[in-house]
Design a protein around this ligand. Structure first.
Ligand code: UDP
Length: 367
């Protein structure tokens, strides 16, 4: 589908902009709720993640209708990509005159859509508003901070996010919705057929941040860890990670490790199935660290800071730091002997986030 389909798309309604894997997953519970209430909306896919395994598979398995408008992106660098999405979304918004825009998370698509909408005075609602790391080392921090400030509705997953917004002077339009990812997890977790093989401990590993997968040094650390940890490791390769491994000519080294299962990017149901089946999760993903918690698994976050402090203070998540600056094995040993914490409170709501979000969108007349 291409941009010239715009003339056939519904106008004057809610426009939802998504562009990458976690956003397709967050979209699913929201469109399900919109469909249930027979509310009209238009989905624009910015093309940030474009191949079947990083995009199409989620629309199919999560029952989301195909995007109404599909942008074809030419740029790959952050600035150029953001500018290109902004320019394209501006013409789309001018043509279909949205009543409101719904955005998720903190990607370049989120930022570009926020800027395009605010310049046209279209009200913005932002799902997953408020998490902060306190530094601009990752591009996501500036994206979410700017969009939070541009929005009229800010849906927060947890209480920390609400506090962060308050510290920045934002108190209106803040809604404690809980996390749509928890809605999705509750719905799909039982559908996976992944089972544990054998008696050895197992690790579900996902890595995709540039600091963790772009350098040879980082991959040598990862390879060393997988060989020495004494566990079966399941490692689905994010498109970016796979490209880097190939560029560094390391694929054969990975493939030669017997205890390692490499795979293409998984569909959502299998991804949460693998989390459910693992003993420990190691990840640099914003979403996977929460899913480990939803599944009651201990996890190590391969980032210097975590956006969800409750996961760390409750003892379910250990901060590992960047792979390249770390002894992964030492971090793993710290967690692998630990007992599970006694409690797992509802830090991220009770699985009704989509319902709360749609209620507020209706109240604020964004659709
Ligand atoms: N995920 C997936 N397939 C995979 C790895 C992850 O469906 O092979 C899911 C995962 O369960 C979570 C989401 O993708 O729901 C997280 O996306 P990602 O790690 O790409 O981005 P982040 O959360 O860091 O923004």
């Amino acid at each position: 589908m291409s941009e010239n389909i715009i003339s056939t798309v519904a106008k004057n309604n809610l426009v939802i902009v998504v562009g990458n894997r976690p956003q397709f997953i967050k979209l699913a519970p929201v469109v399900e709720e919109l469909n249930k209430r027979e509310l009209s909306y238009t989905v624009v896919h910015t093309g940030q993640h474009y191949d079947h395994q990083m995009s199409g598979v989620f629309f199919k398995e999560l029952g989301i209708r195909k995007p109404d408008i599909q942008i074809q992106l030419n740029s790959r660098l952050h600035g150029a990509m953001t500018a290109e999405i902004l320019e394209k979304l501006e013409s789309i918004f001018l043509e279909i005159t949205p009543k409101g825009i719904l955005l998720f998370g903190d990607t370049n698509s989120t930022l570009a859509a926020g800027l395009a909408a605010v310049k046209l005075k279209i009200p913005i609602a932002h799902v997953e508003a408020g998490p902060r790391l306190g530094s601009f080392d990752t591009p996501e921090e500036s994206n979410r901070l700017i969009v939070d400030h541009l929005s009229v509705l800010r849906f927060c997953c947890d209480l920390y996010s609400i506090e962060n917004l308050k510290r920045e002077g934002i108190t209106s339009g803040v809604v404690n919705s809980g996390d749509v990812m928890y809605d999705a997890f509750l719905k799909y977790s039982g559908q996976s057929r992944v089972t544990k093989n054998g008696n050895r401990k197992s690790i579900y590993l996902t890595l995709h941040r540039p600091q963790n997968v772009d350098s040879l040094e980082a991959h040598l650390e990862i390879l060393d860890f997988i060989k020495q940890c004494g566990c079966d490791v399941f490692f689905p390769l994010h498109a970016r990670t796979k490209a880097k491994i190939e560029e560094l000519d390391l694929m054969d080294k990975y493939k030669s490790i017997e205890s390692l299962t490499l795979s293409e990017p998984l569909g959502y149901v299998e991804s949460i199935g693998q989390i459910n089946a693992a003993d420990v999760v190691m990840t640099d993903s914003g979403g996977v660290q929460k899913e480990a918690y939803f599944a009651g698994k201990l996890a190590i976050l391969m980032l210097p800071e975590g956006p969800w402090p409750d996961l760390i203070s409750s003892g379910w998540l250990l901060l590992g730091g960047w792979v390249s600056q770390q002894q992964m094995l030492a971090t793993f040993k710290r967690i692998s002997g630990s007992a599970l914490p006694d409690v797992r409170p509802d830090f991220f709501g009770v699985g009704r986030a989509a319902e709360i979000i749609v209620d507020e969108l209706v109240k604020k007349r964004l659709l």
